[in-house]
Design a protein. Structure first.
Length: 245
């Protein structure tokens, strides 16, 4: 009764105006929100595309010797050629690495360069044994070696399911700082992903995928937000003209 009394006190033309104004304001706000979100996703997509082009250009360069830098970002995925001696006693296995549906490990060993610096080399992937206790044997080549690889900067943030992430020489994550601290050595803060074997006995798998920067994900979200904006505008037009008719 109260609502009916209030409606009775509001003139009919004013009620009609509010029936148009309120949906219009909501539609404009919705379209603005969806378009803004779509533009943000487009900008992120374009940034990732530019980064991907930069990484592809870096990967296409000729191999170079390892420089001495503070910021290694611009060198990510650039081919390098290094010479030195593997520290076989400090070789580790990075657990839970899958290749073509098979579980295994990535084999990582410190390489003492001829200039005295030490850098980690991801030598490749090896399949796991029949049991967790049956660790694969993948000893690095002895003596001085010269190898090629692509330079990578490992992520410093990663998911850990438990606090104990090291069991002997088996590690859950490739963390340069943790490895340096555990072995009491100074490491170059990068990893060289070896791209070719240095001797015939080396059967490790070296199939380094290109990074997934999420370009397609941003494209999907961009289309989704722009679609929402178009649907909101279309519904407003439909119901507005339907009401007028």
């Amino acid at each position: 009764m109260l609502a009916a009394a209030m409606n009775a006190t509001v003139p009919e033309p004013r009620r009609r105006r509010w029936r148009v104004v309120v949906p219009t304001i909501a539609a404009v706000a919705g379209v603005a929100l969806f378009v803004t979100a779509g533009l943000w996703q487009r900008d992120r997509m374009e940034q990732k595309q530019a980064l991907r082009a930069q990484l592809d250009a870096a990967a296409a360069r000729a191999p170079e010797t390892l420089p001495d830098l503070r910021d290694w970002t611009s060198w990510r995925f650039r081919p390098v050629e290094v010479a030195g001696t593997f520290d076989a006693k400090r070789q580790i296995l990075i657990d839970n690495k899958v290749h073509e549906g098979h579980a295994g490990f990535q084999v990582v060993a410190p390489l003492v360069l001829v200039d005295g610096r030490v850098v980690l080399v991801n030598r490749g992937w090896v399949a796991g044994g029949a049991t967790r206790a049956d660790l694969p044997a993948a000893s690095p080549p002895a003596g001085n070696v010269r190898l090629r690889g692509r330079l990578n900067v490992p992520a410093v943030a990663y998911l850990e399911l438990e606090h104990t992430t090291v069991a002997g020489h088996v590690w859950q994550n490739l963390d340069v700082q943790r490895i340096a601290k555990a072995f009491d050595m100074t490491l170059v803060p990068v990893v060289i992903e070896q791209t070719a074997a240095v001797d015939a006995a080396d059967a490790l798998v070296r199939d380094w995928p290109a990074p997934d920067l999420g370009v397609n994900t941003h494209r999907i979200y961009m289309v989704q937000w722009f679609t929402f904006a178009a649907m909101t505008a279309g519904l407003w037009i439909y119901f507005t003209f339907r009401r007028r008719r």
